[in-house]
Design a protein around this ligand. Structure first.
Ligand code: GLU
Length: 419
């Protein structure tokens, strides 16, 4: 039992156990690798529009500081708790190490139902959360970014709040900012683009014609919407999409640019079409070539895994597949090609790293350069993962995580234990 105990932390712990066993990591070294270095809980009081005061609980977990600053998003959602945030921070560590970024993992969150607060209240909450975090973050300590429920505007408020306290503009304190406030070209699209890029690579390797291929996307936020747009641009038919309000299905292919415009205007896919409505409970098991879960963690359990009818599982979300589902998918390796989350959605943090580098240098790149470098890193990590999976005869997720854990472990062992 720890302060983090809960289903998501348990999942991250079990995954780590598989890797630690595979790498024969001595038992007395395991907690040093797995347990977060720091966890901060804050109370964020704000003035409500009606003149009352409301207090929201916020968290930040910094998993390890061995390689450099910690890095990771901030989530605003009603389900947020410290265990979920800790698990997401741990996954960020393996992700950053896998793709070779000089960061440890972090994650933050505020437990809030965004539907219940106004835009003005959201600004107050964002600013207060950052203000409470000022003693614990910094451009060389911990760098925040968007995650579920936060966006460029929230990042701009975070950056402004931190900067006002410093008495100077510190753009490098967060990534995923608007381009007008020190953000980078290509960050908004980066995660979804990376998901689609890797899915296309696998389809090409499998000899599947893109023009005849279909995709299903669960979640239509920043990740799902750009993944769907890019998959359609590559020639795939996106036959179904869902978000927290429902699902849409069209065997002839949905008009993704039109749907993205609708979602941008109305905040969700609700109201786009009555005829195309579909049961969201069935979306994951639709027959398709590429399935992109891009919503919550733990949506694919053992039963769903047994019924998946996709050729490629491109994990846009963090932690969408449970360890029990992994065991099922291990037996279905020849039917379902898994691109695990820490690789598949890593384009986001890769381009966040580019944003941080550009802000530190005050030297900004063309979008073409951002995207070219992103794909180069994704290709390299993909090659390493596939080679390792073949060599050790292990599933892709185990291979990807093993590479990440090994790198963090090597850094910890060479630095030694202080004092
Ligand atoms: N929240 C994103 C993730 O889970 C992005 C993190 C970042 O850009 O730092 O990977």
């Amino acid at each position: 039992m720890t302060v983090y105990s809960g289903p998501v932390f348990e999942m991250a712990t079990r995954q780590f156990g598989v890797i630690a066993d595979h790498l024969s990591i001595p038992f007395d070294e395991r907690d040093r690798l797995l347990m977060p270095k720091r966890a901060i809980t804050v109370s964020c009081p704000i003035h409500r529009d009606d003149g009352t005061i409301a207090v929201f609980e916020g968290y930040r977990v910094q998993h390890h500081l061995t390689i450099g600053p910690t890095k990771g998003g901030t989530r605003f959602a009603p389900s947020v708790d410290i265990g979920e945030v800790a698990a997401l921070a741990i996954w960020m560590s393996w992700k950053c190490a896998l793709v070779g970024l000089p960061y440890g993992g972090a994650k933050g969150g505020v437990r809030v139902d965004l539907a219940s607060i106004s835009k003005r209240e959201l600004e107050g909450l964002s600013r207060r959360y950052m203000q409470e975090m000022i003693p614990f973050v910094g451009p060389h300590t911990d760098v925040m970014a968007p995650d579920m429920g936060t966006n460029e505007q929230v990042m701009a408020w975070f950056m402004d709040t931190y900067s006002m306290y410093q008495g100077q503009t510190v753009t490098e304190i967060v990534t995923g900012k608007p381009v007008s406030s020190g953000g980078t070209l290509g960050r908004r699209e980066a995660t979804g683009r990376g998901v689609a890029y890797l899915a296309r690579r696998v389809l090409n390797d499998l000899g599947i014609n893109l023009g005849n291929a279909t995709a299903v996307v669960q979640g239509f936020g920043n990740v799902g919407s750009y993944a769907a747009l890019e998959l359609q641009r590559y020639g795939l038919k996106v036959i179904a999409v869902s978000d927290h309000t429902g699902a849409l299905h069209n065997a002839a292919g949905l008009d993704i640019p039109a749907l993205a415009r609708h979602a941008a205007e109305h905040g969700s896919i609700a109201g786009y079409s009555n005829e195309l409505q579909y049961d969201p409970a069935n979306i994951l098991t639709l027959p398709c070539d590429v399935l992109v879960p891009a919503a919550m963690e733990r949506v694919i359990d053992a039963d769903t895994a047994a019924h998946l009818k996709c050729r490629v599982l491109a994990e846009g979300a963090n932690g969408p597949t449970t360890p029990e589902a992994d065991r099922v998918l291990e037996k279905r390796q020849d039917e379902v090609f898994v691109i695990p989350d820490i690789l598949c959605n890593s384009g986001g943090v890769v381009v966040s790293y580019f944003e941080w580098v550009q802000d530190l240098q005050q030297l900004f790149w063309e979008e073409e350069e951002v995207t070219r470098r992103e794909y180069h890193i994704l290709d390299r990590a993909f090659d390493q993962m596939v080679a390792r999976a073949k060599l050790d005869k292990i599933p892709h997720r185990t291979a990807a995580m093993a590479i990440g854990v090994e790198k963090v472990r090597a850094a910890k062992l060479t630095r030694g234990l202080f004092p």
